[in-house]
Design a protein. Structure first.
Length: 292
């Protein structure tokens, strides 16, 4: 069924990378009065990877529970025409064919005060030139940003997330070097840490002024600076962010320090990408090299 909802193209899109503060950043963006991103439960839209990444072709089945939950919240809230209309729109998004009009309809959910609308889907860092060019066709003037993280820390965080239930039952699973090494070498983990490929793909499609590169380390070291550079990049006043709780991390990984052997192995595997980033940006990537 073709979507019939009104829509608008996104003004900004975040490309991740995975386990690099996207949940924290999205939570901050949602607090700005002139910004709109999809609500929790539908935070990552996953449109372009569903179309262009073969392993993600069935993503809509994963998307449905979040949409249904948002519909239930509307129907369980105060009875009003506004809540009913919002539930109807969510139901149409859940049952319509996914195409560019469907993607624009997602941002049609935004209220009238939203000067800028957009989303962050870390899986977009996996897109090839065709996938990124698809976004450029949806909005040639879109602003994009990508947040990189020390590869060892990014991969460790991803593995702990994947092993979360096992860790809760038996924390010694993090001592299984064979298991961790095998998981760290899987294609889905390695591809999400191919930083040079991800950035060069963006640069093949978008002009330099459309691309912001920043680093996860700022979430802890300089969160206000991070929010300022992102907001200026996408075109809203940085002063609109309430700073209460800005230093609170979201989606913290289960406890556990990174073993030296694991950090060394990841640093060796991804050193070329980090050296390339350090040569271009210095600062944080250079520090990653020093502690590897």
């Amino acid at each position: 069924m073709k979507v019939s909802l009104p829509g608008r193209s996104p003004d900004f899109v975040g490309f991740g990378v995975h386990r690099s503060g996207s949940t924290w950043l999205n939570a901050q963006l949602r607090q700005h009065p002139n910004l709109w991103t999809p609500p929790p439960g539908f935070k990552e839209v996953h449109y372009f990877d569903e179309v262009h990444v073969r392993q993600h072709r069935r993503w809509h089945e994963t998307r449905l529970p979040g949409l249904v939950s948002l519909m239930q919240q509307c129907l369980e809230g105060e009875p009003s025409a506004e809540n009913l209309e919002r539930a109807r729109r969510l139901a149409e998004l859940a049952t319509s064919d996914r195409d560019d009009d469907w993607y624009r309809a997602v941002f049609g959910l935004a209220g009238p005060d939203a000067q800028r609308v957009g989303e962050i889907t870390p899986a977009y860092s996996l897109l090839d030139v065709d996938g990124v060019s698809h976004l450029a066709r949806v909005n040639p003037d879109v602003r994009v940003f990508i947040v990189f993280r020390d590869p060892a820390e990014r991969i460790w965080s991803q593995l702990k997330l994947q092993l979360k239930k096992k860790i809760e039952k038996d924390p010694t699973v993090l001592e299984d070097t064979e298991l961790l090494a095998r998981m760290a070498s899987k294609k889905g983990v390695v591809d999400r840490t191919r930083y040079r490929r991800a950035l060069e793909t963006l640069e093949q499609v978008f002009a330099p002024e459309q691309i912001l590169v920043t680093f996860f380390d700022k979430v802890a070291d300089a969160p206000v600076e991070l929010l300022t550079e992102v907001s200026e990049h996408i075109g809203v006043d940085p002063g609109g962010f309430p700073l209460d709780g800005v230093e609170q991390r979201r989606h913290a990984s289960p406890p556990g320090d990174i073993p030296d052997w694991f950090r060394s192995a990841c640093a060796k595997s991804h050193r070329a990408d980090v050296e390339w980033l350090a040569e271009r940006f210095g600062s944080y990537p250079a520090a990653w090299l020093e502690r590897s």
